[in-house]
Write a protein that binds this ligand. Sequence first.
Ligand code: DON
Length: 305
Amino acid sequence: MTDYQSILERTVRHVQPILHHGKVADYIPALAEQQLGQFAIAIQTQSGDTYSAGDCEAKFTVQSVSKVMTLTLALQRYGDELWHRVGKEPSGTAFNSLTQLEFENGIPRNPFINAGAIVTCDALYSRLSAPIHTMLESYRMQTGNPKLGVNKVVAQSEYEHRYRNAAMAYLMKSFGNFNNEVEEVLWSYFNFCAIELNAAELAKCFSYLSNGGVCTQTQQQILPAKQIKQLNSLLFTSGLYDAAGDFGYRVGMPGKSGVSGAIIAVVPGRFTIAVWSPGLDKVGNSVAGIAALEFLAEELGTAIF
Ligand code: DON
């Protein structure tokens, strides 16, 4: 039997020398206060066991990893109809780039860049009376933590510095690809990004991605198995923005990163991994997080190819 706990502990030791590499995200002032040197990792297996190591109690905001949950809730409500409003292609540009949006008539390349997540939030906003409550409910059920909530300081800080995201949303509105009030949808989007949890909770939350759509905590079918295959394919091609190719090459798993330094990675049929370390590379992905996943993939032989 695989000794996950000792592999995770070895991973923690492996990344120790690089925990101060990279920079914390500073374009959101509240995130700039995160301290380098921290690292946590967790695995949620298909059989429902949780293993974690490093700074296991540390909480961080989910940031762009939330885009996976947003897409999940939107697919539950719209199915393939959603793809009229957002594409499925890798962007090859930064997560907050505006350039393609104008050339491509206000249809974002994929649901994982900011524009794509914001338009997906707009779609959800049209179907939910209280989007943040529905969103938190999913996280709480899937982690088993009823106290899980939003870091209001981070959400407010993002809202106060929302200019780029607002520009994307208004541009999409000018193309007719936005149905609700921009400022209200942005507030929901920032709240989704500012949901706060620890590494084990993050792994539990996205257990359904490695388990054919079924949450290992609740046994609830979150999405049909076919949609999970599609979602994982999109994560593989677009989950790490303009570094998706490099991540695929080094780690070989579908993944999604966030500017807090969080990353999830999926090994279908086996487990979901969550990793967090706030030092980011130039693209906005966790330096130690990617190194840890690369090490784990090698140790466990889990690259999907
Ligand atoms: O909207 C933003 O810019 C952030 N709330 C999320 C960006 C993010 O996490 C990109 N990931 N690497």
